[in-house]
Every structure is written in C-alpha cells, then in structure tokens.
Design a protein around this ligand. Structure first.
Ligand SMILES: Cc1ncc(COP(=O)(O)O)c(C=O)c1O
Length: 429
C-alpha cells in the first residue's frame, strides 16, 4: 500500500494486500517452516542472498504483514514484531550497543524499561545515564560521552505523562552522531509520528492501544531509514563492518535504509528468539483496524475525566497533557494536536492511603496491571509497576507516591465519571 493513504485507511487496509482469489482477511500462517525445491534455494536464504521465509523464529508472513502496517502508520522503511514491548526496547538498543557502550535516556520511563536499562542491561556492560527530559539542552548535553550510542525517550511517559520534546532530543542525538529511539506506545502513530520530528527509530508495546483489547502481549520496532550509519561508521561497527556469522556481509552496505531492522532480525531475533506468534499478530491486526476510532474516544473521554477531576475539591492534583493549563499542554499541542492518550494521572487530598482507598472502591474501573485498552482500569504505580524503585528513583521517574494511574477506556464518559465520583466519596469519608 502506497504511503499516500491516510492513517485511517492504513489501519484497516495496510500491510496486507490480497491478490485475485486470495482471502480478504489477513491469513494466519500457523507454520514454523516453509518448503523449498532444492538445497541451493534454502542455502541462499541462510546467506541472506535471497528473500523468503524459512523459519518463523526469524520471519513469518502474518507477523511481517502486521509489522508492515505499523511501519506504514509510522512512515518508516522497515519494521519487525517482537514478543513484547520489553523485547522491542531491549532489541532496539542492543542492536547498536554492546558491553562498554553508553546510552542517554530520559529518566521518565515505564518501570519495566527503567529496570531493563539500569539493572539488566547494566549487568551486560551497557551503561545508561538518565536525564531530566525538561532540562535545558546544555544541561542534557553534559550526559554524552565518546562511547554514547543512542538517545532514548518515551513520547508520553508511563505513568508520569511527561511529553518528550522530540525535536530537542533529536537535535542532541544528531549533534553527537547517534540515533534517537522513541517509545511511541502511549501516543500511537494516530496521535504522533515521531519520525516527522527527527526521531530515527520508534518502538511500541503493542500490548497497549494497538492491540486495544488486552488480549495479546507484543512489541514492534520501526526504522525511519533516515540515520546514516556509514557517516558514523566508527560508532556502529555492527552495521558497518563485516558480520562473521553471515560470511562477512556488511548490513549498511547490503541493505541501506532497512539495514537496522535486517540486522535486528538476522542477528538478534535469530539468537535471542523473542518473536511474536502469528496468532497474536492476527489479533493485534484486529486491534489495529480500529485504532484510529478508539484513540479518538480514549482522548475525548480522558479529557472529560481530567476536567471533572480538576473540578473535584477532594482531588489534590491532576496531570493530563490535553488539559488546559497542564505543564505539558504546549508540547502536547505541538506534537499531538489531535490528542495525546487515554491515561490520566492524579492524586487525592489525604495522600497515598486515600489514593489506595479510592482504587479499592472503584466498581467499573478494574485494578489491573495494564493500561491503554478499551476497558477503564486503574493502578497505583508506587505499589505496583514501580514498586522495585526506591523513593528517590520514584521521584526521578516522575512517579509521586500518591499517583493514581487512571486508564480511561472507551465506555460511556458519564458512567466512568460516576464511578470516579462514588469512589472518591467513599475514599475521603
Ligand atoms: C511505554 C511502555 N513501553 C514498554 C512497555 C513494555 O511493554 P510489554 O508489557 O508489552 O512488554 C510498557 C508496558 O507497560 C510501556 O508502557
């Protein structure tokens, strides 16, 4: 499908284009293997000399067609699905960094990503410097080192709802000859297309809005094709020097604008194997078909909830980037003029204990370790997703101890607000 189609059309018809007599609906290629006529044909696939499927750990047609749809939505050149958002973020960084390397990342991150970067990847010898995303450019500049290989940030951070100044981060990354990787999970390409603002690689936890129904865990990495690896060849030997495991192939020379994803598939997916199943990719695709409709409703419902909370005398604070007067309203209007996401953060007067009582009294909204799907849900990050972080780390990650992460679904707006109203009344009693 050509890139001149609008996102709404791509959501429905992108990625898979059936030919005469083929099924109208994306087929599930439930097969680990693919048949070939002779040994030479198969050999060429192993040498990356020919294109084709041979083993679903590396590539599967259903998964590839869904990755292609997400790639079209983001305006990229190549994409791959992964088993989870965690795998996507790990692969995205590990594809260009190894032991002895360094990454600059915004400190406002999803708790799992923060743990991945500062605990697990640290053990692998990759060091991360977490920076305040709102700090002036000159301040963030100081975090860079000669061995810095990438810059990382979330378009809208989970759960602190900090809107990343993508242009600022892209400028910093490019001044140091490294790519900007942006986790676009919360905004989705319906509300923000980070490549248009200078990001080089985009990642997703497709588990969230993209699936939208809390049915499948998954992830995706998309390459813009814009970063010139050869211009910074000394920093990225994995892409610009021969790969011994493929008879000396040089990814950047062989694959040009798709080199980054080709390497991630051929090396990292081959060796680590966090692939998405074709069944899950099929379900993800069903979610993608309504992404544009759901995001609109998530955003209008969330804005109504945020406005209600702002007017409630028992609410201590509310953060929602689309809310008039919010600290990030300016950046939200610039990068996401159609709306941001369906997640609202707030705290109740009475602090942490009152916030927990509120959550326990909700009836329509359920306590689940999830966010960003059609059903309204709630979580207390300091007690749940971010409970591994100490008080100081919580503050650094922008997670206040009383923060309630309220994920507004696509149900009726008045029903959601009525549930909040009765739970607040019960919590403050
Ligand atoms: C912004 C963000 N990135 C990555 C992840 C990890 O994704 P997954 O749970 O699919 O592994 C999450 C999960 O909540 C997230 O919110």
């Amino acid at each position: 499908m050509e890139n001149y189609f609008k996102p709404e059309t791509i959501c429905i018809q992108g990625g898979y284009e059936p030919k005469k007599g083929e099924p109208r609906i994306l087929p599930i290629y439930q097969s680990t293997t693919f048949r070939y006529e002779n040994s030479d044909e198969m050999g060429k696939l192993f040498d990356l000399e020919a294109e084709g499927y041979f083993y679903s750990r590396l590539q599967n047609p259903t998964c590839d067609m869904v990755a292609k749809k997400i790639c079209q939505l983001e305006g990229g050149t190549a994409a791959l699905l992964t088993a989870s958002g965690q795998a996507a973020n790990f692969y995205a960084v590990f594809n260009i960094a190894s032991a002895g390397d360094h990454i600059v990342s915004s400190a406002t991150l999803y708790g799992g990503t923060s743990n991945l970067f500062t605990v697990t990847m640290k053990k692998m010898g990759i060091e991360f410097t977490l920076v305040d995303p709102d700090a002036p450019e000159e301040e963030i500049e100081k975090a860079f080192r000669p061995n810095t290989k990438a810059v990382f940030g979330e378009t809208i951070s989970n759960p602190s709802l900090v809107v990343l100044d993508i242009e600022k981060f892209a400028r910093l990354a490019h001044r140091h000859g490294v790519p900007l990787i942006v986790d676009n999970t919360f905004a989705t390409p319906i509300n923000c297309r980070p490549f248009e603002w200078g990001a080089d690689i985009v990642t997703h936890s497709t588990t969230k809005y993209m699936d939208g129904h809390a049915m499948t865990v998954g992830g995706c990495i998309v390459d813009s094709g814009n970063f010139d690896w050869m211009a910074h060849a000394d920093k990225f030997p994995g892409l610009t020097t021969p790969d011994d495991s493929y008879h000396g192939l040089v990814y950047a020379e062989e694959f040009g604008k798709t080199a980054y994803v080709q390497k991630a598939v051929a090396q990292i997916m081959r060796d680590l194997g966090s692939c998405q199943s074709p069944q899950n990719a099929f379900l993800l695709n069903m979610g993608l078909e309504t992404l544009h409709l759901r995001m609109e409703r998530h955003c209008s419902n969330a804005l109504a909830v945020a406005r209600y909370l702002k007017s409630n005398e028992n609410v201590a604070w509310v953060e929602y980037p689309d809310l008039e007067g919010d600290k990030y309203n300016g950046l939200a209007k610039k990068y996401m003029p159609k709306g941001t996401c369906g997640v609202v953060a707030f705290g109740l007067k009475g602090g942490r204990e009152t916030s927990i009582r509120f959550i326990d009294n909700l009836k329509l909204a359920a306590i689940v370790t999830h966010v960003a799907d059609s059903r309204t849900s709630v979580l207390h990050p300091a007690s749940h997703t971010h409970r591994q972080l100490c008080e100081e780390q919580l503050i650094e990650a922008g997670v206040k101890p009383d923060l309630i992460r309220f994920s507004v679904g696509t149900e009726n707006e008045e029903d959601i607000i009525a549930d909040i109203e009765q739970a607040i009344a019960a919590a403050v009693r």
